[in-house]
Design a protein around this ligand. Sequence first.
Ligand code: SF4
Length: 65
Amino acid sequence: MRVGVDRERCCSAGMCVLTAPEVFDQDEVDGRVMLLLDPVPAERVAEAREAVSFCPSGALRVVES
Ligand code: SF4
C-alpha cells in the first residue's frame, strides 16, 4: 500500500505523526507532512490507514498497490 500526500493541503496539524511516527514526519521548517516509507510495509499498514483517516485536512489518501 502507498500513501498519497498533498502537501499543499497539509495544515501541519501533526495527527499523522502522532498516529504513525514510523510512516510520517513533519518538515522542520514549515511543519508539513513528509512520507518516510513508500511503499508502506505490511506491518505498518494498519497505523498508516488510521493516520489517513485522522488527517483533518484531507491531505492524505490510501493508494492500493
Ligand atoms: S495529519 Fe494531515 S494536516 Fe496534519 S500534518 Fe499530517 S498530513 Fe498534514
